[in-house]
Design a protein around this ligand. Structure first.
Ligand code: ATM
Length: 215
């Protein structure tokens, strides 16, 4: 690990928010200074009407496209990708770069791989185009892909292992496949995210701990 940028990625209900917090706690307990952060980053319409979309996008992706607020915007797929990238540029300049420059570790719950996995799948955008528009974002030292089975994700979301129509052979599976493809890169590690919170946390820690020693 050279700079200390650690990213957690995965489909909805893979447990990344919980695991990111647990990982940050373990990193701190191991004696490092760490900042836990997330994307989408902005909650406020800081950049005016354009970035106002970041909050809308968060709702849009979390709850589907039933929101009246979203319908009125009818965002083009490229706009989605630009908004996430604009949100990220704020994240990079306000948090990621300054924190790394202070020699601290950054743990972020989602980062530019989310744009590749989601916007190429949801919106059919070219993955290479998304990657190149995100070149401003420093490359992570380590991306932890929490690979949860679709059945387990469904159980966590709906209280049942029965897959909803949209999950079976649908977008969710495509997003998972996009992550599997990305996870072939040398700075990625795939973690089995089925099982108890503590078991998964231990797997994540095992993957991260050795790298921390080289900082
Ligand atoms: P969380 O589930 O981590 O809160 O993220 C909100 C949504 O934003 C998530 N949707 N789901 N499920 C993924 C989506 N998202 C993108 O589509 N592209 C991005 O670049 C980012 C950072 C998030």
């Amino acid at each position: 690990m050279q700079q200390g940028l650690i990213v957690l990625e995965g489909i909805d209900a893979c447990g990344k928010t919980t695991q990111a917090a647990l990982l940050a706690g373990k990193i701190k307990a191991a004696g490092h200074e760490v900042v836990l952060t997330r994307e989408p980053f902005l909650d406020l319409p800081v950049l005016g009407s354009v970035i106002a979309g970041a909050g809308i996008i968060r709702d849009h992706h979390a709850h589907g496209d039933t929101l009246d607020s979203l319908k009125k915007y009818k965002l083009a797929p490229e706009t989605d990708a630009f908004l996430f990238a604009a949100d990220r540029s704020e994240h990079v300049s306000k948090v990621i770069k300054p924190v790394l420059a202070e020699g601290k570790i950054v743990v972020t719950d989602r980062y530019y791989p989310s744009s590749i996995a989601y916007q190429s799948t949801f919106d059919g955008l070219d993955a290479e185009w998304i990657r190149s528009m995100n070149r401003f974002a420093p490359e992570p030292d380590l991306v932890v892909f929490l690979k949860v089975s679709l059945e387990e994700a469904s159980l966590r979301r709906n209280g049942s292992r029965r897959l909803e129509r949209f999950e079976k052979g649908g977008k969710e599976e495509c997003i998972q496949s996009a992550y599997e493809e990305l996870a072939k890169a040398p700075n990625w590690v795939t973690i089995d995210a089925d099982g108890s919170v503590d078991d998964v946390a231990q797997r994540v820690w095992d993957a991260v701990e050795a790298g921390l020693k080289t900082l």
